[in-house]
Design a protein around this ligand. Sequence first.
Ligand SMILES: *Cc1c(COP(=O)(O)O)cnc(C)c1O
Length: 229
Amino acid sequence: MTMQERLTNILETIEEAVQASGRKDKVQLMAVSKTHSFQAVLEAVSCGQILFGENRVQEIEKKFPLERDGYQLHLIGHLQSNKVKKVVPLVDSIDSIDSLRLARLVSEQALHIGKVMPVLLELNTSKEASKAGFTSEKSYYEVLEAAADLPGISIQGLMTIGPLSDDEHEVRQAFAQLRKRSEESKVRYPHLCFETLSMGMSQDYLWAIKEGSTVVRLGTAIFGRRDYP
Ligand SMILES: *Cc1c(COP(=O)(O)O)cnc(C)c1O
């Protein structure tokens, strides 16, 4: 299959899942290009794909030019505080904020370069120790409490990585938890935005759509297998 055929198939599958779950809203497709070449990114862009995700700052620096033409790039991997300064000018959104400290650093750095950085708060819904994201409610709500004092970031919603499991019930429960947390947050903080629910990857995006995902992050399904050196 060509890139165009793969993307078209995926978009159709997404649309079917949206309709089947009786939803009226849209689900955006993010192409996760980690380990794949910039050439592959450009090929996807030429097929109409506009949203990309990368999980490592170093790879973004090496792979992408500063001027992005016709597409957007989000950081979706864990961000270390010593990389904040580097990454803030390089991406259109940071989808993996997982501490108040990081939120502060990103806000400061964004203001410093005259930018307001859209962000998602990442929740660890599977409680797998290997995964990033807020694990305690307390630390999550601390960020929402502080949001008014963080003018360099603009919260857009939540993100999670589902559990590594092929058990539909278990995976969907994690996604449902993210949706519930977002609905709860909307009620408690009506002035903040919780529009985005970034959940679902190649293995589980159809389940995520059934649970209300608004952005699915697909790597393997678009670019093929990853070869790690
Ligand atoms: C790699 C990655 C993806 C894409 O994974 P696939 O299984 O290849 O679709 C999605 N989200 C995050 C945070 C990732 O690191």
